[in-house]
Design a protein around this ligand. Structure first.
Ligand code: ATP
Ligand code: MG
Length: 352
């Protein structure tokens, strides 16, 4: 089911949280709504769901305008961060509850619960109560309950936030598997870029109630529209260097290091102050455009090691490298930036 947010506005009193948002969620895709705390992700989700009444624009499910319909009329399944299971009911009753509300027969409920329980791998847990389940198991129950009415749309609000690291990893691929198997259109709200990158077909990144960019994960990583988007995606994060464009090069402010830029950028921004973004995988020993600095921090991450290299003015360039440790804290190093992969941003932060 395709969902269209058409010039959608949501206010709480005088506070405009979402201002004329336009967003299409394609039929069968999982779209991640990614952004920092308070940017309006849950507000958007609750508006799609019908929990919030919107103040302007329209919401379409397929060709149907659902703007003024209730949650029940929209056929959506929702999973909240807190799971919100009924503690006194067994897993079986929790999952079957939406069907009981709609007065399905007992036999029908039992059949559907068994079917969905098998899909989310909780058949053996049906007689337990939520208090007797792990976080990941509770999450599966919440998913099963959201899916039991075969909704057109699955809405997930930070579904993994309450799980520990190992379970998060497991549930990431499980939610994705279930979404793929059912072919359901899904919106995943998250502030975790790794979650968005690894789970979603496309990411819509938000800041202060606005969508900044909608793109496939790799496209957004490699071609962000702004420094904000570039900084939000990637771990360890991208580094930014200040400087200006002079005669075909970016000239770094504190060292005078020259890094060639695309002819297009050199022509359009000659003489202007800009910033470049360098991803840690593009700053390496032996790289093309050498720049000197002092190693100020090292973090061994197992397979890879992260190095912070400080330039004279305190700007930090990050490098991530596999293999044996290449340097110690305090070492002076001259490593190279892969000039082909730098991102150049204008003074307003837009990618050039
Ligand atoms: N019911 C409400 N009444 C008044 N203001 C609200 C209400 N719900 C949300 N807000 C405000 O709207 C803004 C967006 O909130 P929202 O919950 O959508 O953010 P979010 O992106 O989901 O953040 P988080 O990642 O912290 O969950 C915030 O400034 C919040 O204070
Ligand atoms: Mg939220």
């Amino acid at each position: 089911m395709r969902i269209l947010l058409d010039n959608f506005t949501k206010k709480f009193g005088d506070l405009t949280v979402i201002d004329q948002m336009n967003l299409e969620i394609r039929d069968g895709e999982m779209l991640a709504l990614l952004g920092g705390s308070g940017c309006g992700k849950s507000t958007t989700l609750f508006s799609i769901c019908g929990i919030h009444k919107i103040n302007g624009g329209r919401i379409l499910f397929g060709d149907r305008d659902v703007t003024n319909t209730t949650s029940q009329e929209r056929k959506v399944g929702v999973v909240f961060q807190s799971f919100a299971l009924y503690p006194h009911m067994t897993v079986e009753k929790n999952i079957g509850f939406p069907l009981k509300l709609r007065k399905d027969s007992r036999a029908e409920i039992a059949r559907k619960v068994a079917e969905i329980a098998e899909m989310v791998h909780i058949t053996e847990l049906l007689q337990r109560r939520p208090g007797e389940l792990s976080g990941g198991q509770q999450q599966r129950v919440a998913l099963a309950r959201a899916l039991i009415r075969r909704p057109d749309v699955l809405l997930l609000d930070e579904p993994l936030a309450n799980l520990d690291a190992a379970l998060r990893l497991e549930m990431r691929s499980e939610i994705r598997r279930i979404q793929r198997e059912t072919g359901i259109t899904a919106v995943l709200v998250t502030h975790d870029q790794v979650e968005a990158m690894s789970m979603a077909d496309r990411i819509a990144i938000m800041d202060a109630g606005k969508i900044l960019q909608v793109a496939e994960p790799r496209e957004m990583y490699e071609n962000p529209v702004s420094d904000y988007v570039a900084g939000f995606l990637g771990s360890p994060p991208i580094s930014f260097l200040k400087g200006k464009i002079e005669g075909g090069d970016f000239v770094e402010a504190s060292t005078g290091t020259k890094i060639p830029v695309a002819a297009r950028v050199a022509a359009s921004h000659a003489g202007q102050a800009v910033r470049i973004g360098v991803r840690p995988e593009h700053f390496q020993p032996g790289g093309k455009a050498p720049i000197a600095g002092r190693v100020s921090f090292i973090e061994v991450q197992g397979r890879e090691t992260l190095y912070d290299v400080s330039l004279p003015d305190g700007t930090v360039l990050r490098s991530i490298q596999g293999g044996d440790q290449q340097a110690r804290i305090g070492d002076e190093v001259t490593w190279g930036i892969n000039a082909d992969r730098i991102l150049v941003f204008d003074e307003q932060g837009w990618k050039i």
